[in-house]
Design a protein around this ligand. Structure first.
Ligand SMILES: [Zn+2]
Length: 154
């Protein structure tokens, strides 16, 4: 059983992540709340290849702002190994969070923070790569039977 967070929407999304990081995701939300009082919500977790492809088209062949440089298979979200967060304050979602407080806690728990990326900083994004590149994950994924969903990250 994965620990619960303060937020049922986060719990639902955490339950769809790679089994290896579900507990870590709940720990992240709960530790940030304990240490800072900031209530984070998981807004995105697992994303299928098709959903990723659709997101990639946003700002390219579809209207809107470009939000990703990753096509299907090129994002850790596609393997259930990444999550995005916002802060919930009252009934309001806050997208520019206090990352100076949140990021060090996450990194201390072994998460890689998208805000550290030089080319395309993605501050709401946290991932656990288990030392695997997206290319390596894609190879593992392609070796899976079509029924299997999550790659073995060791
Ligand atoms: Zn993300």
């Amino acid at each position: 059983m994965v620990a619960k967070t303060w937020d049922k929407f986060s719990d639902e999304r955490i339950a769809l992540l790679h089994p290896k990081i579900r507990e870590d995701a709940a720990t992240l939300i709960n530790t940030v709340e304990e240490k800072t009082g900031i209530k984070l919500r998981v807004t995105q977790g697992f994303r299928s290849f098709a959903e990723q492809d659709a997101l990639y088209e946003q700002g390219r062949t579809k209207k809107g702002k470009i939000v990703t440089n990753a096509k299907g298979g090129e994002s850790y979200h596609n393997y259930g190994l990444a999550l995005d967060v916002c802060e919930i304050r009252g009934r309001e979602a806050i997208w520019e969070c206090d990352w100076k407080k949140i990021a060090p806690i996450a990194k201390g728990l072994g998460w890689e923070w998208g805000g550290d990326w030089k080319s395309f900083p993605d501050r709401p994004h946290f991932q656990k790569a288990f030392g695997k590149s997206e290319k390596q994950l894609l190879k593992l994924y392609e070796a899976l039977g079509r029924g299997a969903k999550f790659v073995d990250v060791g």
